[in-house]
Design a protein around this ligand. Sequence first.
Ligand code: THU
Length: 142
Amino acid sequence: MSVDRDALMALARRASALAYAPYSKFHVGAALAFADGRMLAAANVENASYGLTLCAETVAAASALQGGLASPLVAVAIVGGAPGPDGIALAGHAPVTPCGRCRQVLHELAVLGGTDPLIWGDSGFEARLSELLPHAFGPASL
Ligand code: THU
């Protein structure tokens, strides 16, 4: 199935307003699109113990699983930047690609649904998850 890239990017951008990022002041929104047409978005959640920060992609993936979303993951849109007055990440930032941990977290969802999701970012960025995380560790590795 094809996903509306603009709609998924817009959802990610809106979600960036939900960021709890008092330390980095870098608001990230991530939106997931599933084969059944559903979409879900989340933002980063920081912590005074900096290393405990949860990236937007990880919050979104956990939220999908907690919400019982078992449909194959087809695409992920990620947007990040300094917030404007409404908390939404300002446009024009370089593409935000998922950090290493988030690549692994997204890989779990990809394996669950048997897909290789598209990863979209600003400035036309597009890659398959398998390009960002080749030779990934997964359930079959256990
Ligand atoms: N961050 C994300 O939420 N996703 C990414 O892909 C990269 C980084 C967050 C973590 C932290 O709250 C802030 O961006 C700065 O690193």
